[in-house]
Write a protein that binds this ligand. Sequence first.
Ligand code: NAI
Length: 700
Amino acid sequence: MTGTIRYDRDAGGVVTLTLDDPGQSANTMSRAYAASMTAAVDRLEAERDELTGVIVTSAKPTFFAGGDLPEMIKATPADAPALTALLTTIKADLRRLERLGRPVVAAVNGSALGGGLEIALACHHRIALDAPGARIGFPEVTLGLLPGAGGVTRTVRMLGLADALTRILLTGRQFRPAAARAAGLVDEVVGTPEEMLAGARAWIAAHPDAAQPWDRPGYRIPGGGRALAAQLPAYPANLRKQLKGNRLPAPEAILAAAVEGTQVDVDTALRVETRYLVSLLTSQIAKNMIGAFFFDLRAVNGGASRPAVEVAPVTRVAVLGAGMMGAGIAYACARSGLDVVLKDVTAEAAARGRGHAEKLLSREVAKGRLDAERAAAVLARITATADVAALTGCDAVIEAVFEDPALKHAVFAEAEPVLAPDALLASNTSTLPITGLAAGVRRPADFIGMHFFSPVDRMPLLEIVVGERTGDAALARAFDLARRIGKTPIVVNDGRGFFTSRVIGRFLDEAVTMLAEGVPAPSIEQAALQAGYPTGPLALADEVSLSLIQRIRRQFEAAAGDDFPVLPGHAVVDRMLDEHDRPGRAAGRGFYDYDAGRRGRLWAGLAALATAEGRAIPLIDLQERMMFAEALDALRCRDEGVLRSEADGDIGSLLGIGFPAWTGGVLRYVRQYPGGPAGFAARAAELAKTYGERFTPPAL
Ligand code: NAI
C-alpha cells in the first residue's frame, strides 16, 4: 500500500494499481492521492525491467470521483502557487506513467468523471465496466472549471479540436459507458469485472510497445494541420454565438486552453491548461457554481428537506388532464417504471396525451437511447381513458387540468372515492395556493403541490408545495416520487405563485416595464443574455404566454387589493393582448413573430408601446434591475417563510427559472454581491431611488 493507491505485482510482471483512498467513500485528486501516485510511479520506474504492464483500477464503486471539491472551493488567489505546484506534480506523474515504456490499461470499474477520466486518458487503453449508474465525462464546465489534470490536452489530441470541444469539454455531458465508447472516450465496454480484468491482461500481452499516439514520431492532432489552422480564427466567434454572450468564464477558458494547446507540444499544453484552471479555481464564480451545482444539489436531492418518516412508495399514478403538462407527467412517470392512468374529459383528448408520450419515446429510439422493445413497454404502462372508474386503486394522483380552482375541486371530488384509501393527492397548479385547493378534499393531510416545469421531459426541477394542512407522510411520498422519476425536488411552503412562479414574474414584469420606459426591445433581450440568463425575458414571456401572465397578475391583484404594486409594464401586456392580439408563441405572435413555431424577429410594433421617452439606461442597470427584481423577491420569500432553506431557493432559481448560472443561485447572488449583503442593499437602495420603490431592500 502506498497511501491511497495499492500496488500489487503478480508473477507475470503485471502491476495492478488499485485506487482506494482509505476512510473515504470515493477517490479524489487530493494531496494524499498526489503523494501516493508519485510513490507508485517511482516504484514502477524502479521495477520497470521486471514489468510487463500496468492495470489501473479502483476498489470503490466509482472508479474515481474527480477533484477534491471541498478543498477546491476554499482556494483563494493566495493559494495559486500551491495549486499550481500540486497540479504540476499530478500531471508530471501521469506523464511518467504514459511514458513508462510498458502498456498501461485503465480498468474503469465505475463512474469516471473529471479527474477519473483524466487518469484513464493517461493510460494507453481504456476498458469500461457497464456498471449500473456509471457515468463517464468531463462535467467541469458545469462547475465553472476546466479539466486541468490533462483532460483538455489529451481529449483534444485524441479526438481533434472540434469534437473535443463541442461534444465533450464544452457540454459537460456525462456519458453512459456505451455512449462514452461511441464518443471515443473509452475503447471497450464489458459486462463483468472479470471480463474487464481479463481484457486488460489480454491487451497488455498483445501490446508490449504501447505508447500514446502523441508520443510517437510524426503524430498530428486529428483534423489538425492546415485545416485546423484555418478553423481557429472562427472558434471564439462561434463559441460566443453558442453561449449567447454568456459571461461564464469556464467555457472561454476551456476554449483558450484547447486552442493554445494545439499550437505547442504536449508538455507545454499541459502547463497552459494548469494556468487556466488555477485562475478559474481561485475565482468566485467557480465557488458559486461548485457550491450550488455540487453541494446544494447534493443536499437537495439527498433529502435535506424530506421529513424522516417511512412511507410506502407510489406504484400507480393517476394523471388528471392530458394536456401539455399532464402528458409530460404521464411520460415521465411511465419512463421511470410506474403505471399511469391518464384521464381527460374525452377518450380522444386522453389518447392525444398518450400520443405525446409515444412521440417522445420514438424520438429516444431514433437517437439510440432506448430500444424499440423497451419503448413499447413504457408506452404500454400508460392507460388513456375518460372513465373515472379506471383510476381505481391508484395510490397517487397528479392533477393537471386547467388553472381553475372550481374545476380542480371538481376533479378531485370525482376521483377521491375510487383511489386507494391513502392515495397521495397532488396538484400541478402553477400559482393557486395549495391550502385553498386542499379545502375541497376529504383528506387534506394527503394534499400537496407538485409543480412541474415545461417541457416536463427535459426540465429537471420539481417544486413541492406544502400547504398548511399537508402532513409529513404526504411530503415524504411526494419527495420520493419526485426522485423516482429523476427530478430534483425543492420543498417550499404555500403562497400565491409559491417560489418559482412568483419570482420569475418579477423578472418578466421588470422587462416589460423597461419596454414601457422606451428601452429598445433588442437591448432588453441582449442585456439579459449577457447577464447570463438562458433566454431573453420577452422570448420567455412569449413561451409562458401573455394571457397566462395577465391572468396570474390579476389573481395577485385580486388577492393583494390596494397593496398591489402597479407597474408601467402591466399596461404593455394588456395592450399586447387587447389592442394587438399578440398572446405569445403558441399563437404564432407575441413580442416576437413566429414562423411555423420558430422564433423570428421582434415585432416591429414594440417601440410604439413605450409610454415614456426612451432615456439612455446603462447596461449594468438594465441587467441589475432584472436580477435585483428577482433577488429582492427571493429575499421576501425567505422572510415570509415560503422558502424553507437557501439551498432550495438557489437550486430552484437555477434549475427552474433560469437565474444566471454563474451566480450559483439567487440568494447566493445576494450573499456574494460586492460588499456582501450590505453592498447588495446599498445598490438596491440606489436602484429604488432611480427606478422605483419596488427596489427598496428588506432589512438584511
Ligand atoms: P392544457 O390546457 O394543455 O391541458 C389541460 C387539460 O385538462 C386539457 O387536456 C383538458 O381537456 C383537461 N381537462 C379539463 N377538464 C378536465 C376534467 N374535468 N377532467 C380531466 N381533464 C380535464 O394545460 P397545461 O398547460 O397542461 O396546464 C395544466 C395545469 O398545469 C394548470 O394548472 C397549469 O397552471 C399548470 N402548469 C402549467 C405549466 C405550463 O408551463 N403550461 C407549468 C406548470 C404548471
